[in-house]
Design a protein around this ligand. Structure first.
Ligand code: KIV
Length: 291
């Protein structure tokens, strides 16, 4: 085997990783990256093989998002995804990472209805995702979720919050549309973000909010890392749905997505190009994503 290839359980992969051999990704490491101004990269992952490939391409965080309802199950929204399904996919991803001594930070999405009843229900659901192998859980919304976030964090569960377009409330929002455009919506989002940081959320996904607003929120949250999707390049990191950035999508790709398979020789190449583009600031392009 040449020095430029590496043997993995999934075959021979180019060893030309965009990053040096990594230590396991942890919250202190993410905080350190933030302080050094290094962007955090995240992709969704739903199965063992793609999780292992993403990890080997240098992606720091893997989100087992409830987008799997649409991507893997063919549902029309994320609302029908169950906790059992989420646990199945978290287990698959973490098994894949174990097989290749992966180092990624693993985030499991709490699906609709699994944390809405009570804080006790939320801790049961979060525990199920942690037992399945997740390091952190993600939940959607501000306001009423703040107490739940505090309750989970006080019990040692790292939490990623999610504001802006929150797909679990797509019916209430009236579709997949940009959020935080009016002054009052922007103010509410900033207030929610601050409250979530105070409650202990260590990460915050900002989905489809104006780039200027996402940048302001990022600046006001030194201890909670904003991860943008369709929200410009002023956030601490970026996330994309893996299938979208690989150009395989049952519907229309959102306009903020780039197809990283274009010009790539392999899926791993495409993911490594995504990591490079996020880190050097060339993705996303704020001109395209200024809503
Ligand atoms: O479910 C998911 O994949 C997500 C991302 C789009 C952030 O929440």
């Amino acid at each position: 085997m040449s020095e430029t290839t590496a043997s993995t359980p999934y075959g021979t992969l180019p060893a030309a990783s965009p990053l040096p051999q990594r230590k396991p990704v942890s919250l202190p490491r993410l905080q350190d990256m933030r302080e050094r101004g290094e962007k955090i990269t995240m992709l969704t992952a739903y199965d063992a093989t793609f999780a292992a490939v993403a990890d080997s391409a240098g992606v720091e965080c893997l989100l087992i998002g409830d987008s799997l309802g649409m991507v893997c199950q063919g549902l029309s929204s994320t609302v029908g995804v169950t906790l059992d399904t989420m646990c199945y996919h978290v287990e698959s991803v973490t098994r894949g990472l174990r097989r290749v001594q992966g180092t990624a930070w693993v985030i499991g999405d709490l699906p609709f209805g699994s944390y809405h009843e009570s804080k006790e229900q939320a801790i049961r659901s979060a525990s199920a995702l942690l037992h399945a192998g997740a390091h952190m859980i993600k939940l959607e919304g501000g306001g009423w979720t703040t107490d739940t976030v505090r309750f989970l964090v006080e019990r040692g569960i790292p939490v990623c919050a999610h504001l802006g377009l929150t797909p679990q409330t797509v019916h209430a929002l009236g579709g997949y549309r940009v959020q935080g455009r009016s002054d009052s919506d922007a103010l509410r989002l900033k207030r929610d973000a601050l409250e979530l940081q105070d409650a202990g959320a260590a990460m915050l996904v900002l989905e489809m909010v104006p780039a200027t607003l996402a940048t302001e929120v990022t600046q006001q949250l030194p201890r909670c890392h904003t991860i943008g999707i369709g929200s410009g390049n002023g956030t601490a990191g970026q996330v994309l749905v893996m299938h979208d950035m690989l150009g395989v999508n049952l519907g229309k790709n959102p306009k903020f997505v780039r197809n990283f398979m274009e010009g790539a020789h392999s899926v791993r190449d495409a993911m490594a190009a995504y990591v490079r583009a996020v880190k050097d600031g060339s993705f996303p392009d704020n001109l395209i994503h200024a809503w």
